[in-house]
Design a protein around this ligand. Sequence first.
Ligand SMILES: Cc1ncc(COP(=O)(O)O)c(C=O)c1O
Length: 624
Amino acid sequence: MRARAWFGLDRGSVGAPGTGLTATHEYLAAERPIPAVNSLRVDFRPPNHSAWPRCGARTAATRPLVATAVGTISEMSAQDRPTPDPRFAWHPEPELIGIRDAGASRAALERLGHEGWATALDYVYDEAFRRAMGEPAGYDALRRTFFGASAGDQVAGPAPAPVDPAPSGDLLAEFRHRLAPHQLSAYHPAQLSYFTPPPLMLSILGELLAQVSQQGVDIWHAAPVGAFVEEEVVRWLTDLVGYPTPTPGDPDGAFGILTSGGVMANFMAMALLRDVHLPRLAGLHEAPRGRLLEGARIYSSDQTHFSIARALDELGFPEDTLRIVPTDAGFRLRADAVAEAIRDDRTAGLRPLAISAVAGSTNTGSIDALPELADLAVGEDLWFHVDAAYGGAARFSPELASRVAGLERADSITVDPHKWFFQAYDIGALVVRRRRDLANTFHRSPEYYRGSDTGEAAADDPDAAMLNFYQHGMEGTRRWRALKLWMSWKHVGTRGFARLVEENVRVARHLARRVADSDDLDALPVDPPLSVVCFRHLPLGRAGTGGLGEDGMAELDAHQDRLQRALEASGEGWLSTTVLRGRTYLRAGILNYMTTEDDVDGLLAALRRLAETVVTSRVPPAGP
Ligand SMILES: Cc1ncc(COP(=O)(O)O)c(C=O)c1O
């Protein structure tokens, strides 16, 4: 085999056995091609990890990417190479596929691990802390960069599937050069976007171990201990939201299931209230479908996550099932407004079915008035769902927990650990007050799961039955999501989570204070309920803005959009925008445990500087 390679290493040595070719720091730093050789071997003398990032940084400046193939087995000389499994000889790296024999494959896999982890760390330190949003910024520019241009200068579009194998080094190189520089960075301290936290490193490790062990937590046999880890994590979550500790064997005790995220958890919660609560109210013996879903009413505010309305739609409820009730000045749903809506609906012969509240809304972090809504739900015999995808994490902190008081009174609760539990994507959860509600809704017994089926007894005696998570939720084969949360929770502890969450809230308060103290900024709401701060830049100052007419306000909205785009292009930070009471705001969701007050000050300084550069047609205040 003839190999050509380029290297840009500061340390390490390159040798080509059989050719007498060796390369030293000086030779490599010149980044000249190593002449074609028969085989090539790259050695790093431990501890040598510092060589890897430099390798990436240097080679980024030049090209042919083979540099990151350093050390891959395909480039080792024949005599150094263990005999690979001949069944996989069609591949340049048979050792990475035929892994059955440790002697033939373990060294190669360890090298792959080093290379993969080095690539990951190069991403973190060379890219993720460098820019909040990769470059080029903007949809069209990045699409062109990623897909390239075809004849006629059109974006080429997705390439066909690869037919021939490629060495792993090429793929890592492609990640480094084609993907890594162009991403939204979850790590950058001024990236305060949607709920996009940096993942805890132990969560990443848990994810890796879960993937290596390939447990499918659906039927118990497919993940025997995985099911128990999920059961344990679920117990931690039900404790966290404040449900009573379940007694073993009690089908009415608290339980839950991990999901792909908050959307799926909300979907399943809506399925529960359809299949458990509606039959109870309507005196039905079967889960209602079709026309039996007509006339039901579910109450929530306009701050409710879109997934609630979509779930109701997909579950067959008519469009007017979700009744949006106005919120108070702090974007909170209040019981008196819901009670009034319920009264009207009962008078009209409709059937109030549920209240769907939010604890930590996406837009502002607002928390509905949970205790009074819980009272109302009990009084009116309604199901009470709380979407605490974001705000549920406040329960970690004794200082913040009272902000989500009343959560424990819900029938079902969405929590979403890949938000404020700083988990690697993806992991959400639905927790429920009564375990049997999940089983009653989702229990099925397909023939191919014979032997693990626990039959009808499952719903009544869960501890006597095997724990088959597929019978408690929507999914079939499920990743072992619990492991990363289990490991990272043990690593930082509940106290550690509390510290991280409290620090975000402290930084959010700092931002809100800075806004309140500035004449060219204003926030809505003025006091952030948790760690989301929505604010606007006012080029005309507060007094000047007060006099604006509708055209001027529309221009002010457009100004926020321009500012958002300018910030994105600068790479200095990233904020999303949202609409509150009909006006556009920049939205900072502070879920990065590395973000400091100084970072927030730096972000405001960047915004002010960029505001000078974005084109603002200063519409004069409306006349009297
Ligand atoms: C309040 C709330 N609920 C649900 C969701 C959906 O969560 P996911 O995107 O994890 O499915 C979000 C996402 O931002 C959210 O903010």
